[in-house]
Design a protein around this ligand. Structure first.
Ligand SMILES: [Zn+2]
Length: 113
């Protein structure tokens, strides 16, 4: 169910961009999906398509999800992708990357004035 909210946010973000640019339609939306966001990209894609199904603005739209691998940093100086235990000191590293869902690019078809 979490995925529905994410898909909905992506639709709204794309819609806002399209309206801001007086676009006729949206052709492509690119999203970075953090590997540890616990989000299933296929599910998001499916829900995204379902939400925009009857909207001409989104006719033929493509959603491209890129999975982002985690990147962590520890107080001891460790930088890598261990998310639970720092291999150098055993502490819990801070997650710098790989948790978030971010719309990175929206391709639109310009409308005629
Ligand atoms: Zn450490």
């Amino acid at each position: 169910m979490h995925e529905y909210g994410i898909a909905y946010d992506i639709v709204e973000t794309a819609r806002r961009a399209a309206v801001d640019h007086h676009a006729r339609s949206i052709s492509k939306v690119c999203v970075d999906v953090g590997e540890i966001s616990m989000i299933n990209p296929e599910q998001v894609e499916f829900l995204f398509k379902t939400i925009v199904e009857d909207e001409p603005l989104f006719a033929g739209v493509e959603l491209v999800c890129t999975v982002i691998h985690p990147e962590t940093r520890c107080e001891c100086g460790y930088v890598g992708n261990e998310i639970y235990v720092c291999p150098k000191c055993g502490a819990l590293p801070a997650i710098e990357k790989g948790k978030e869902i971010v719309v990175t690019n929206i391709e639109i078809e310009a409308g005629e004035e």
